[in-house]
Design a protein. Structure first.
Length: 271
């Protein structure tokens, strides 16, 4: 067996990813709140300026650009895409530019990690990420009195001056691994490793699992979506090969998700 860079031959690999059904999403923001609570994301006393708020999961609102009564609205939850890139070395946009090796591609899980103690805040990764999935800590973390009780012991709070992002709740994967090992099993069940946003979504719009496993619901949804031509990924033409798939039966939503330049160099808009 040919050995890939950073991957041990014979070791079983996974490809964790998501399918988000945009026709189900109501834009309630429960995924954002669950993500903040699960991953110890701090908040400031004044959260009115959302441009400097830290969110690993952010919900965007788009419209078809038409006036009433033909107006249509769609909400797009955007976690980290955990891009795979192409080729054996998996050159994701962020990993390939980090001079401190503070972010890495895990060949066994497909998860793009973030190592805070290595990061010195140059923000090259933020410039390289086409999805704006990374945020910079401008302030030391703080929690209003009483809110420190909501902190999770499984996730380390980040210091000022480092970049952070969605990790697909990697600590939950570690917890599932420990449980599997203690019970003498080798395989993690689908329900044993689920992200906080997946569990919190009241509309059931987010599905998480191993994209390589035919038994996992996320794999079935992707295959079904491809057959019906309703599954797509954001900015597909960039070749980042993200692991977050979206599903929508609306043609204008599919087109809006893949913004590209026309012959004259101007953005092509879809009404």
């Amino acid at each position: 067996m040919k050995e890939e860079h950073g991957h041990r031959p014979g070791k079983k690999t996974y490809k964790y990813g998501m399918v988000i059904d945009l026709d189900k999403c109501t834009g309630c923001g429960a995924c954002m709140v669950a993500c903040m609570a699960e991953n110890n994301i701090s908040f400031r006393k004044d959260e009115t300026n959302k441009l400097v708020s830290n969110f690993w999961m952010r919900v965007y609102k788009i419209t078809n650009g038409r006036s009433f009564p033909d107006t249509d609205v769609c909400y797009i939850p955007r976690p980290c895409m955990h891009c795979e890139g192409h080729g054996h070395h998996h050159h994701t946009p962020c990993v390939s530019v980090c001079p401190a090796c503070a972010t890495d591609y895990d060949h066994e899980t497909g998860i793009v990690s973030q190592i805070y103690t290595r990061c010195f805040g140059c923000r090259y990764c933020m410039a390289a990420c086409p999805y704006h999935a990374r945020v910079f800590n401008w302030w030391d973390p703080s929690w209003p009195k009483g809110m420190e009780k909501y902190l999770s012991p499984d996730v380390s709070p980040r210091m000022r001056g480092v970049v952070e992002k969605c990790t697909f709740c990697h600590h939950r994967l570690q917890r599932a691994r420990n449980k599997t090992y203690s019970e003498g099993r080798r395989e993690i069940r689908e329900d044993e490793y689920q992200t906080a946003c997946t569990q919190a979504c009241p509309a059931g719009a987010i599905t998480f699992g191993d994209l390589k496993n035919p038994e996992h619901k996320v794999h079935k949804l992707v295959e079904e979506g491809k057959k019906k031509k309703i599954a797509f990924r954001l900015l597909e033409k960039l070749g980042t090969n993200p692991k977050v798939y979206y599903v929508s039966t609306k043609d204008w939503v599919q087109k809006a998700a893949d913004v590209y330049l026309g012959e004259e160099g101007k953005p092509v808009t879809h009404a």
